[in-house]
Design a protein around this ligand. Structure first.
Ligand code: UDP
Ligand code: MG
Length: 332
């Protein structure tokens, strides 16, 4: 088993794949650790796969995985993780915007601080300001606040992970950038280190401004997963109460107002209430409240299905130590 796995997703990166491998093999052998390079071809149509396959004859410790079609960067990285055998997994982009020379920095930091995830921080990022850097600054602030894991640069693909935390994190959608937050959720510690960054020299960026919206939507999902998936009723129930309780109070108030008319001949708060409007409002509020509570119940059922059908416990074990006698008895 190699000690390091370098995982690189590639989509139409034919001009970069040679250079990437060349740069990697200039750095990796000098680290004094065994390694493997895993290129994941995410359904490229420009011959990236053919070139990468040829490279396996020239470059040592190289494995190339070809996906059947373009599944997206997150899926490509996930495929890389599943096939990686190293104790530490390092991800980076194929376009050499990241420096392979920064890999030792990440590893050093990981060793020094014992962190489970070390994220690169492109402090001097070389991308257009309005379409890339500004949305990224805002997104990083928002993601940090909401997940409670403060990083300057969630979007930097150059990151190092210990194998155990990756094994406990499951990726969907465009979630690769949230791995540090998800890893932290399963008990992993997270750190960051400044890395270099360069403009893209060859090929085109696969993303535009629309990615910002997708990131925000994913953030809502992550927030939900991190904080409410253990008890969705806690959230939906509160929302239900927020609407339902005022609705009920309104009805009580109107009944009291009418009752006072029947009993005393005066209309309590008569000038205040246009009755048809308030009757409708109260029923609507109660209806909303019931909707939220029903959603909460459905979500509770789903959470149970999720954990039980997949045999997924609601905790993550770090390790187990036991005395020799106990281990013997367990072994039969
Ligand atoms: N990528 C991928 N599948 C996709 C889109 C992108 O594997 O559907 C890869 C791409 O080849 C690159 C990395 O993901 O190695 C980051 O993409 P890109 O450089 O276009 O993003 P940017 O740096 O512009 O944010
Ligand atoms: Mg790039």
């Amino acid at each position: 088993m190699p000690e390091l796995s370098i995982v690189v997703p590639m989509y139409n990166e034919i001009e970069n794949v040679d250079l990437l491998c060349r740069r990697l093999v200039e750095v990796l052998p000098g680290l004094g650790r065994s390694y493997e390079i895993i290129l994941v071809d995410d359904g490229s149509s420009d011959g990236t796969w053919e070139r990468a396959r040829e490279l396996t004859r020239e470059v040592d410790h190289l494995r190339v995985i070809r996906l059947r079609r373009n599944f997206g960067q997150t899926a490509a990285m996930s495929a890389g993780f599943h096939h990686a055998r190293g104790a530490v997994i390092i991800t980076m982009d194929a376009d050499l915007q990241n420096d392979p020379e920064d890999i030792p920095l990440l590893l050093k930091r990981m060793e020094e601080t014992g962190a489970d995830v070390v994220s690169g921080w492109r402090r001097e990022r070389k991308d257009p300001f309005f379409s890339r850097r500004l949305p990224s600054i805002l997104a990083n602030m928002l993601i940090s606040r909401i997940t409670g894991v403060y990083l300057h640069d969630y979007g930097c693909t150059l990151k190092a992970y210990r194998r155990e935390v990756i094994a406990d994190v499951h990726l969907y959608g465009e979630m690769h950038r949230f791995i540090p937050a998800l890893a932290n959720w399963v008990g992993g510690s997270v750190d960051e280190v400044v890395v270099g960054h360069h403009p893209r020299r060859f090929g085109k960026s696969k993303y535009g401004l629309s990615r910002t919206l997708r990131v925000i939507l994913d953030l809502i999902t992550v927030k939900f997963l991190l904080h409410y998936s253990r008890g969705p009723m806690q959230m939906f129930g509160k929302l239900g109460a927020l609407f339902g309780v005022p609705g009920l109070l309104l009805i009580v108030f109107m009944v009291a107002a009418n009752g006072s008319y029947l009993l005393f001949g005066t209309h309590l708060g008569a000038g205040l209430i246009k009755r048809p409007f308030w009757v409708m409002t109260s029923f609507m509020l109660i209806f909303f409240g019931m909707q939220f509570i029903s959603i909460g119940l459905l979500a509770e059922v789903q959470i149970r299905t999720y954990h039980e059908s997949q045999g997924k416990p609601i905790y993550v074990v770090r390790e187990i130590v036991e005395s020799a006698e106990s281990a013997e008895r367990a072994g039969g």
